[in-house]
Unconditional design. Structure first.
Lengths: 116, 114
């Protein structure tokens, strides 16, 4: 069965420092996608970054990069130069197939707090 | 640019009552999803749909029913609400994988079962 694991319930980082949020996954589907979403205290889900299983290079979007290690089945999110506005819940998600159609599952999330 | 809308946004209901949460998207996305969010569990997939009349169970389907007679609508029904179904419910949609992968979320529906 597909599974997403995020082992860090909470993280703290100093403003302007970089932080890595861990994500490991499990799937038997050779074609899958990995996402990271941010959920601030206001509750909306904000898309950050996407990595396809066949993408050769790690995805980057501004201050966000995804450290994709396929053999280890990990897809860690790296936030460079943390800002106070980065304080939020962060969810790793995976899109893949166990039947004829895609489904998207999420991990339990990591709460990030940025300290001034 | 209406996007994806959920209704009601807030609902209090009694144990045993039937409740339907509505989800409507204006993009003609083929895929739609229902999640519940509870502290410590993240978002758990309840049901998903690949197209009209194609639905499948997710991780926590018990106690829920879905239908998708039209591409743009994906209602979620709690047949007999229980206190354990108190949660925040998110609807989401996306194109097929070959057309793009971003998943778009509604604003959430806060449901309390008393």
């Amino acid at each position: 069965a597909q599974k997403i694991t995020q082992t860090q319930p909470g993280m703290f980082v100093q403003e302007k420092e970089a932080v890595t949020l861990d994500c490991t996954y499990d799937t038997s589907d050779p074609s899958y996608g990995l996402f990271w979403y941010k959920q601030p205290s206001s509750g909306e889900m904000i898309f950050l970054i996407y990595q396809g299983s066949y993408d050769q290079q790690n995805a980057t979007e501004g201050r966000y990069s995804l450290n994709f290690q396929k053999a280890r089945k990990s897809a860690n999110l790296v936030i460079s130069a943390s800002q106070l506005g980065d304080s939020a819940m962060y969810f790793c998600a995976m899109r893949g197939r166990e039947t004829s159609y895609d489904k998207v599952i999420f991990g339990p999330g990591t709460s990030l707090s940025v300290i001034p | 640019d209406a996007g994806i809308t959920q209704s009601p946004r807030y609902k209090i209901t009694e144990t045993g009552r039937q409740v339907t949460l509505m989800c409507h998207q204006t993009w003609s996305h083929s895929y739609m999803f229902w999640y519940r969010q509870d502290l410590g569990h993240g978002l758990r997939l309840i049901y998903y749909s690949a197209a009209a009349d194609i639905t499948d169970k997710g991780e926590v389907p018990d106690g829920y029913v879905v239908s998708r007679s039209k591409t743009e609508n994906f209602p979620l029904t709690l047949e007999s609400a229980t206190r354990s179904q108190t949660s925040v419910y998110f609807c989401a949609s996306s194109r097929s994988v070959s057309s793009g992968n971003t998943i778009y979320f509604g604003e959430g529906s806060w449901l309390t079962v008393v």
